[in-house]
Write a protein that binds this ligand. Structure first.
Ligand code: HEC
Ligand code: HEC
Length: 296
């Protein structure tokens, strides 16, 4: 019967459409990390309004002293070396108890985001992870971009212990710009228009594994040399992946002519180390900073 087979055909098509929609939503589900969530929360919470975006972006304030308002600045978030705990205290309560009295003489005061119910404790932890990760720019490579990078052979790279791998991997990543696109400490989610998920993934999580054939060193090397994946472009949905890589606003540059083979080995080992750590929480970033400090 004609109408019956038509109904079956429509049924099959509808089921296929539902499945395809589900698959698409699953595949494009965004991934995040404490640092990338913290970065978006800091923008949403207006931290930059009062603190500026860096130590080169000053902000004005006034302080009452001897019944007179005098002009003063607001300390940038990264002027002092903070711990996860001190950032959480500032953002939760607006000011630590020990500084409350003097803080109350300021015209613009730090909001108590936690106590006032504007941010949850988990969100404040994410902001602490972000602030600590950005703070590490000062450790090596940020204002000292020409901090010496030793000349390494592939054998030496293979023999690096964990501390040296992290120190040199982090340094080289800063010097050649990996974090600019892949997020501070490779924690991901820098916006990228017209890309598959709308952002550039970091060096951890499921996105990284999907794009590197499960963390295959040869595949990571291919990305660094050519700015493109090999496995993902030749897979079942390779044509679609290729289209996205061609269309996205920010493509990845190929580093084949810029980096030595040993330097690429170093970055492969370092991104795999980051992948192993998983998304870094504030406490993990404190230990990360500790590893760098101990090995500098
Ligand atoms: C309405 C203005 C304002 C906003 C918005 C604001 N702060 Fe503050 N914050 C201050 C003031 C004022 C201080 C006291 C430091 C000073 O005056 O130099 C301070 C201090 C701090 C400190 C301690 C600084 C130091 O090293 O002494 C941290 C950390 C901090 N804020 C983080 C944040 C974060 C993160 C956000 C966003 C979630 C934020 N602040 C939003 C005004 C603000
Ligand atoms: C100008 C921006 C930019 C720079 C700089 C950059 N990348 Fe990429 N990278 C990308 C983009 C875009 C992708 C593709 C992501 C996508 O389409 O989902 C990518 C993908 C990757 C991938 C695949 C897995 C993943 O997590 O994205 C690796 C590995 C990678 N880059 C490593 C590096 C390394 C190491 C450096 C530094 C040597 C670096 N990239 C520098 C933009 C950049």
């Amino acid at each position: 019967m004609k109408s019956r087979s038509l109904a079956v055909a429509i049924g099959i098509l509808a089921a296929f459409a539902v499945l395809a929609g589900w698959f698409y939503r699953y595949e494009t589900k965004p991934e995040s990390s404490p640092v990338s969530r913290g970065a978006h929360l800091a923008t949403a919470a207006g931290c930059y309004a009062c603190h500026g975006t860096s130590i080169d972006d000053p902000r004005a304030n006034f302080r009452l002293r001897d019944s007179q308002w005098r002009g003063t600045g607001i300390a940038p978030i990264w002027e002092e070396e903070h711990s996860a705990k001190s950032i959480v205290t500032w953002v939760t309560h607006g000011v630590p108890e020990s500084k409350r009295e003097s803080h109350e003489n300021l015209l613009m005061q730090m909001p108590a985001y936690g106590d006032d119910g504007h941010l949850t404790a988990a969100q404040i932890d994410d902001i602490a992870a972000w602030a600590l990760a950005v703070g590490m720019k000062g450790f090596q490579g940020y204002d000292n971009l020409d901090e010496d990078m030793p000349e390494l052979t592939p054998e030496e790279v293979a023999d690096l212990d964990e501390g040296e791998l992290v120190l040199l991997g982090d340094r080289l990543s800063r010097q050649v710009g990996c974090y600019q696109c892949h997020g501070e400490l490779g924690q991901g989610r820098i916006d990228n228009l017209a890309s598959f998920k709308g952002y550039i993934p970091g060096f951890q999580g499921a996105d990284f594994l999907k794009l590197t054939d499960g963390g295959d060193p040869a595949e990571i090397r291919h990305w660094i040399e050519h700015g493109r994946g090999q496995a993902i472009e030749s897979g079942v949905l390779g044509g679609m992946a290729k289209k996205y890589f061609d269309a996205q606003a920010i493509p990845m540059p190929g580093y084949a002519e810029v980096l030595s083979s040993a330097e690429i080995d170093l970055l492969v080992a370092y991104t795999l180390w980051l992948q192993e750590q998983g998304p870094l929480k504030a406490e993990a970033i404190e230990s990360f900073a500790g590893i760098i400090d101990d090995n500098l």
